[in-house]
Design a protein around this ligand. Structure first.
Ligand code: GDP
Ligand code: MG
Length: 177
């Protein structure tokens, strides 16, 4: 997961937002350390984690911010969004309410963040297909209407987590280049 001595060409700040317990911290743990924990308290208090990867022969340090338990509406401060060039808007495919709250998160994000921020909508816990409460089509349609990227992920099974981050980071990379 990256040679720490390598020179860094870019640092991109990406924020994770969405309701509590949708899997934000585990998505980050999977991306940054290739870890997963069923104990959601495992990563509390961590502000951000980084991972350096190579995009088109440049080294890009992704600095991924996690809300660490501030998910109540409007509790996430503007400092959290400051300087963010990417955002991952996460809901849980087994909890309809977490999807219904997405427009709120999007509104808050658009109120605080840069206009050109790259946003991906993520339906997490795709491994729990038998408990699905949000049809893929509903989310796809919403994402299309709002101009967001969209993927379903499983932090548990490591499905699409890498792709989700690469989608956002590559898009940001293309905007700044
Ligand atoms: P956060 O509050 O959004 O940061 O959510 P957490 O990352 O703490 O995850 C909440 C709970 O969901 C924990 O028990 C995780 O182990 C579990 N979880 C997270 N991602 C997944 C996933 O992809 N699949 C399943 N089955 N459980 C997950
Ligand atoms: Mg968390």
């Amino acid at each position: 997961y990256g040679d720490p001595s390598q020179k860094i060409d870019y640092v991109f700040k990406v924020v994770l937002i969405g309701d509590s317990a949708v899997g934000k911290s585990q998505i980050l743990a999977r991306f940054a350390r290739n870890e997963f924990s069923l104990d959601s308290k495992a990563t509390i208090g961590v502000e951000f984690q980084t991972r350096t990867l190579v995009i088109e022969h440049k080294s890009v340090k992704a600095q991924i911010w996690d809300t660490a338990g501030q998910e109540r509406y409007r509790a996430v401060t503007s400092a959290y969004y400051r300087g963010a060039v990417g955002a991952m808007l996460v809901y849980d495919i087994t909890k309809r309410q977490t999807f219904d709250h997405i427009p709120r998160w999007l509104e808050e994000l658009r109120g605080h963040a840069d206009k050109n921020i790259v946003i991906i909508l993520i339906g997490n816990k795709s491994d729990l297909e038998n408990q699905r409460a949000v049809p893929t089509e509903d989310a796809k349609e919403f994402a299309q209407k709002e101009g967001l990227f969209f993927l379903e992920t499983s932090a548990l099974e490591a499905t699409n987590v890498e792709t989700a981050f690469l989608t956002v980071l590559t898009e940001i990379f293309n905007i700044v280049n």
